[in-house]
Design a binder for this molecule. Structure first.
Ligand SMILES: Nc1ncnc2c1ncn2[C@@H]1O[C@H](COP(=O)(O)OP(=O)(O)O)[C@@H](O)[C@H]1O
Ligand SMILES: [Mg+2]
Length: 352
């Protein structure tokens, strides 16, 4: 019967946040923890006794087998990036660390591999690259417009056609605003990303802020014939930075509008509990795939629901940062095809 310390070792192995696999001299698997089962799709009973290349099927097995590297160099090998094909045939990017196992007398008794799933990290890298090319592209078009019209005006220095000149100047002005907005969004992201905001806290009236935000979206609400309801009960003032809170709530409303179909319904509500102010944005838009939910608050992340809609994937990252720095939290519940509910909770001003 396994003794207590064996059980303890098993619990440790199965609780490890990375896959851990041990092999004997012949590269046959001798143990396989729970994360290894999750990563490869093979159960421990299927894996133990098999050649590691049959189970840990990576693109490095043939020419850069980490076990052979360790065998030849007699040194641990760390940080090897590889692509593993799991039982279901899906490719998973991983980072592998390999070392020889020795007993108390220094005798070699096998190998150990630690395998870390780095798909999220790789995805973030891709998103960042996309973001850079997207920003470069979005910046280029207004610059081309400004440059083009400047040249036309230079070519016709004596032009007396005021309408034409006005048209050129209007187009240049629009392009300049676009550029300014983009640079502002980008700079703000780096400021929010540093996780330190210089909050100018005052007692603010949230119902008032919500009214202002709805007012500034009036045009799109009417154009899209959105049925927008705002159910704000009388709520106590919140000690917060009005401008930042305005920005966070604006982002939530503009997402609800952006990802709702025309004639969709959006309900905004604000309530207070003993300890919190709770603001909800409920839409009946596309909703979010449950697989995407853990990532939508990450900077640069844009989900499937984005379709052709413009954006840089920074809106929700800034909502999260702003709300957090006010001591609150933001959560989401969503059902694809049915809609999404974003909830912001801010601590109530405590009575002194
Ligand atoms: N109300 C919503 N309904 C459906 N999807 C949403 C909603 N809000 C956010 N999302 C998803 O979350 C992603 C991240 O949102 P955000 O950070 O505001 O970036 P952006 O709107 O620029 O794409 C979006 O790309 C979209 O897929
Ligand atoms: Mg957005």
């Amino acid at each position: 019967m396994p003794d207590k310390s064996q059980h303890f070792r098993r619990y440790i192995l199965d609780s490890m946040p990375v896959a851990l696999v041990t092999m004997d001299f012949n590269f046959k698997i001798t143990s396989f923890n729970r994360k290894a089962e999750e990563l490869t799709g093979f159960s421990a009973s299927e894996a133990v006794g098999q050649l590691c290349s049959e189970i840990l099927r990576s693109n490095k097995c043939e020419n850069e087998c980490p076990l052979q590297t360790v065998q030849e160099s007699q040194e641990p090998a760390t940080g090897l990036e590889a692509e593993l094909t799991n039982h279901q045939g899906e490719k998973v990017p991983v980072r592998i660390g390999t070392t020889a196992i020795e007993d108390a007398d220094g005798n070699f008794i096998g190998y150990m591999e630690i395998i870390e799933d780095i798909s999220r990290f790789k995805e973030m890298e891709r998103e960042k690259e996309n973001f850079v090319s997207m920003v470069a592209h979005d910046m280029k078009s207004p610059i081309v417009i400004i440059g083009g019209f400047t040249k036309r005006l230079q070519k016709e220095p004596t032009c007396k056609d005021n309408d034409k000149i006005r048209k050129y100047l209007q187009a240049m002005d629009d392009a300049e605003h676009k550029l300014e907005f983009l640079i502002h969004e980008f700079l703000e992201h780096s400021r929010l990303d540093s996780n330190y905001l210089d909050l100018k806290r005052n007692d603010i009236d949230l119902a008032d802020i919500l009214k202002q935000i709805i007012g500034s979206h009036r045009q799109i609400i009417e154009e899209q014939e959105i049925d927008l309801q705002c159910d704000c009960q009388v709520i106590a003032p919140v000690n917060a930075d009005a401008e930042y809170i305005n920005r966070a709530l604006t982002n939530l409303l503009s997402n609800a509008l952006k990802y709702s179909p025309p004639k969709g319904k959006i309900v905004i509500s604000a309530r207070e509990t003993d300890s919190e102010i709770v603001i909800r944005f409920q839409d009946q838009g596309k909703g979010i795939d449950p697989k995407e939910l853990p990532y939508i608050f990450d900077a640069f992340y844009r989900g499937k629901s984005k379709n052709e809609k413009s954006g840089h994937g920074l809106g929700l990252a800034s909502v999260k940062s702003i709300v957090r720095q006010h001591g609150g939290r933001v959560t989401v519940e969503s059902t694809p095809g049915k809609g999404s509910l974003f909830t912001v909770r801010l601590p109530r001003k405590l009575n002194e």
